[in-house]
Design a protein around this ligand. Structure first.
Ligand code: 7TS
Length: 411
C-alpha cells in the first residue's frame, strides 16, 4: 500500500457504501472530510480543556486560551505571515471577505473609485464588493478570462488604474480549476496604489500559500475545506492596515476600555474577534494544518495533479461531454467542471449518486462566470488528498453509464 492509500485509513467516512456502491467523494471544493487525528483533537478539547478564552484565570480557561493562541501561530506559519497579530479567526472565507468590505472598504471607497475583481469570482468575493460599490457610487470592474479559461493578465493591466482602490481576486477558481496569477496581479495593483484581497478558499487547502511572497494585503480562507471543523476560517491582514481599520463588530473581548460614552478598542487581531470565538474550531484547524504539513503541501498538490492527469484526457475523449477550463492537466488544480450534452447537471449528479459518486451540480455560487461560459450550471468533480485512481475510474465509468441510461447521442 503506498502512503496515499494509508492516508485513506484516516478517513473512516470514505469506507461506507452509498446506494450500495463504493463511495467516491468528489465534492471536496464544497467541503472536505476530516481525518481521525483532527476528530480526536476536537473530542479531546471538549473532554478535557473546554472553557472560554481570554476571560478566566482558572486552569481550563488558561489551557483553552493557550491552545487557541497556539493555533493562531500555527496558521501564521502555514501561510508565512509576519506575525500572529495578522491572523484573525473568522467563521470562514465569506465572513473574512465581508469583514474587509465592511471595514476597510467602507472607509476607503468613495464615489468614482474603482473596485476590480475577476469574472471567475465566487459570490462571496463578488456580492460584498458589488454592494459596496452600489452604496458608495463606486465602479465595479471585472478582469476577464483567456480562451483557455485562465485569468487574463493583459486585461488586468487594462482594468487596474490609478482610480482602483481595491483589487479582490480568487487564488484558485472553484469552477474552472485554475490557479490565478495572484502575485502578478498584486504587483500591478500595488503599482497603482490599490490594496489586494486574495480569496484563498480553493487554494489554501491544496497548495503552499505564502502571503509574504504573494505580497497580498488581505487573504481569506475556510477551515472546513481543509479538514477542520465547520464554522472556522482565517483572515490574514497586513499589520499596518489592520491597525488603522475600524472593528467589524462590537461587544465583548474586542475592547481595551469601555466608558459610558466611549470605547478604546483592543489591538488587532482581538479588535476583530468580538464575542465568544470558535475555540474548538481554531484548535481543529491547527490540527488539520499539522496533518497537511506532515504530508507536505507540495506533495498534496502533486497528488491532486496526478489524479487530474488521469481524469482529464479520459473525460475529453468522451463523446458529448464538454469540459470547462484549461484542457492541459498541468494548468489545473483538483477541480474539473463539465456537462453532458442534453442533460441537466442535476440529473447527471443524481445519476452519479446512484453509482456512489458525490459530485456537485449547479452554478457553484458563480453566476456571472456561468453566463461568461455560456451555460447556467455545470457538474463539478473536485479531488483531495485521499482520492485515488479508483475514484477516477468510478467517475469515468459513472459518466459512461449515465450517458447510456439517458441514451445520450442516440436520440
Ligand atoms: N470563495 C471561493 C473561491 C469558494 O469556492 C467558496 C466556497 C467561498 C469563497 C466561500 O467559502 P465559505 O467557506 O465561506 O462558504 N465554495 C463552495 C463551492 O464551490 N461549493 O460549495 C462551497
Amino acid at each position: 500500500m503506498n502512503s496515499w492509500e494509508k492516508v485513506r485509513d484516516d478517513f473512516p467516512i470514505l469506507k461506507q457504501r452509498v446506494n450500495g456502491e463504493r463511495l467516491a467523494y468528489l465534492d471536496n471544493a464544497a467541503t472536505a472530510q476530516r481525518p481521525t487525528p483532527v476528530l480526536n483533537d476536537l473530542l479531546h478539547f471538549y473532554q478535557h480543556d473546554n472553557a472560554n478564552v481570554h476571560r478566566g484565570v482558572h486552569t481550563l480557561a488558561m489551557r483553552a486560551t493557550e491552545q487557541y493562541e497556539t493555533a493562531r501561530q500555527t496558521v501564521q506559519h502555514f501561510i508565512n505571515a509576519q506575525s500572529p497579530k495578522e491572523i484573525i479567526f473568522t467563521k470562514g472565507t465569506t465572513d473574512g471577505l465581508n469583514l474587509i468590505a465592511s471595514t476597510y472598504g467602507r472607509e476607503h471607497i468613495h464615489a468614482g473609485d474603482e473596485i476590480v475583481i475577476s469574472i471567475a469570482e465566487h459570490h462571496s468575493n463578488l456580492v460584498p464588493w458589488q454592494q459596496l460599490a452600489i452604496e458608495k457610487h463606486a465602479v465595479l470592474k471585472y478582469i476577464g478570462l483567456t480562451a483557455d479559461g485562465e485569468l487574463d493578465l493583459n486585461d488586468a493591466q487594462q482594468k487596474i488604474t490609478d482610480k482602483t482602490k481595491i483589487v479582490a481576486v480568487t487564488h484558485a477558481s472553484n469552477v474552472l480549476g485554475t490557479a490565478t496569477p495572484l502575485k502578478e496581479i498584486t504587483s500591478i495593483a500595488h503599482q497603482h496604489g490599490a490594496v489586494v484581497v486574495g480569496d484563498g478558499a480553493q487554494a489554501a487547502p491544496h497548495l503552499a500559500v505564502d502571503v509574504t511572497d504573494l505580497g497580498v494585503d488581505f487573504y481569506a480562507f475556510s477551515g472546513h475545506k481543509m479538514m477542520s471543523a465547520m464554522g472556522i476560517g482565517v483572515l490574514y491582514g497586513r499589520q499596518a492596515l489592520l491597525a488603522q481599520m475600524r472593528p467589524y463588530q462590537f461587544g465583548g473581548e474586542m475592547i481595551s476600555t469601555v466608558k459610558r460614552q466611549s470605547t478604546i478598542f483592543a489591538d488587532p487581531p482581538y479588535k476583530f474577534e468580538a464575542g465568544t470565538q470558535n475555540v474548538a474550531g481554531a484548535i481543529s484547524l491547527a490540527s488539520a494544518i499539522k496533518y497537511l504539513d506532515q504530508l507536505d503541501m507540495d506533495k498534496v498538490k502533486q497528488h491532486e495533479q496526478q489524479l487530474v492527469k488521469a481524469t482529464l484526457p479520459r473525460l475529453l475523449a468522451e463523446d458529448h461531454v464538454t469540459v470547462y477550463g484549461p484542457h492541459d492537466p498541468a494548468k489545473h488544480t483538483g477541480v474539473i467542471s463539465f456537462n453532458i450534452e442534453g442533460l441537466h447537471p442535476h440529473d447527471v449528479a443524481t445519476a452519479l449518486d446512484m453509482e456512489g459518486i458525490a459530485v456537485r451540480a449547479g452554478h457553484h455560487c458563480a453566476e456571472p462566470l456561468m453566463t461568461e461560459l455560456g451555460t447556467t450550471a455545470t457538474v463539478r468533480a473536485s479531488f483531495y488528498l485521499y482520492n485515488n485512481l479508483d475514484d477516477v475510474d468510478q467517475l469515468i465509468h459513472g459518466i459512461q453509464e449515465t450517458k447510456e441510461f439517458f441514451h445520450v447521442g442516440t436520440i
